[in-house]
Design a protein around this ligand. Structure first.
Ligand SMILES: O=C(O)CCC(=O)C(=O)O
Ligand SMILES: [Fe+2]
Length: 332
């Protein structure tokens, strides 16, 4: 016997077939009856902005309802929204409390709690201490903090990314479009608000502290995986014609059991082979805001094993492309 398709799968089939009204009816009907999966689906629709209006405040409410109705993954999403301040105030302690309440019968929540308890963080999830910064070059400005992430944290980031990996794309400097390109042959996963968890948010807070930047200026963390022969050819990280430029990059090396794969800066004659958990950071722009060509760098081809890193591109000012912090048009 074939198991009946889940509600969200049936709703997606209806949407693909253009039966938007039926899909909405199916899901909202079930949501009214308190179905957790349906409530979660409504939350996701308010995040995607399809087929309902994008509205993070509503999404946050629906994820909370879905979690309380027993749909476990929604509780984690809700906790992340509360921690991030997506669709409402950021409240780290409340987010942590939600996760603690979920932990006894949710292994993922329990694992997060274990990793969070091992961190030296304050009541807002920010680090109380950091490894010392070691200056590597003046042009480009580049520095390292050894072991910024623990091996267990690195493994956790890899685990979050694994199911989401897809071939990397690059932004075309003329059209601004994204497409696969031989410049960058790795696979990557973008850990945005729906994919991340509280551990990842605490790590993003740590990266912000370690680079002296505002956590809200960071783009979502991207995890990159390079297999032998894969590389990221010489490039700089700035975007064409962008006002809110990527002024800084932070890279954390998530493993070290591979060969090749150094991060090289030809202008400075610098080749970095990171150890597990090391953070490399460099400045991409000059004081006038233009691209610093000395920041051009290469992810050298891996010759043996698999290289895992995560990259956070950090903007000049707060960056909120989805309007996570935009007040809801539907809720006052
Ligand atoms: O793989 C590397 O070492 C460099 C990665 C990189 O250039 C980037 O993520 O912007
Ligand atoms: Fe780069």
């Amino acid at each position: 016997m074939v198991a009946p398709a889940s509600l969200s799968v049936r709703a997606r089939h209806l949407l693909e077939a253009g039966d938007t009204a039926d899909a909405i009816e199916l899901v909202s009907g079930a949501a009214r009856r308190g179905d957790g999966e349906a409530l979660n689906e409504l939350g996701l629709w308010h995040v995607y902005g399809q087929p309902l209006q994008r509205d993070f405040a509503r999404a946050r409410l629906f994820f909370g309802h879905a979690g309380r109705a027993g749909y476990k993954p929604a509780m984690t999403t809700y906790a992340v929204f509360v921690a991030l301040g997506a669709g409402g105030e950021p409240r780290w302690k409340e987010a942590l409390g939600l996760l603690e309440a979920a932990a006894p019968d949710d292994v993922r929540a329990a694992r997060q709690i274990e990793l969070l308890r091992a961190m030296d963080i304050d009541g807002d999830g920010r680090p109380r201490s950091l490894p010392a910064e070691e200056r590597l070059a003046r042009s480009p400005i580049a520095a390292r903090r050894s072991r910024l992430f623990s091996p267990a944290e690195c493994a956790h980031v890899i685990d979050l990314a694994k199911p989401l990996l897809a071939p990397s794309v690059v932004v075309d400097s003329r059209t601004g479009r994204q497409s696969p390109n031989p410049v960058r042959t790795s696979f990557n996963a973008v850990l945005g608000p729906i994919q991340q968890d509280l551990v990842l948010h605490a790590l993003n807070l740590r990266l912000a502290a370690a680079t002296g930047t505002d956590v809200e200026a960071g783009e979502p963390l991207i995890v990159l995986r390079y297999e032998p022969g894969q590389q990221y050819r010489e490039h700089h990280d700035c975007l064409p014609g962008e006002a809110n430029q990527r002024v800084r990059t932070a890279i954390v090396y998530l493993n070290e059991d591979y060969q090749g794969g150094e991060t090289s800066f030809p202008a400075a004659g610098l080749d970095i082979k990171g150890r597990t958990g090391d953070m490399l950071t460099f400045v991409n722009t000059r004081p006038d805001g233009q691209v610093d060509l000395a920041s051009r760098h290469i992810g050298q081809a891996v010759t043996k094993g698999t290289k895992w890193i995560c990259t956070r591109w950090i903007r000049r000012a707060r960056f909120d492309p989805w309007g996570l912090r935009t007040p809801s048009p539907l809720i006052r």
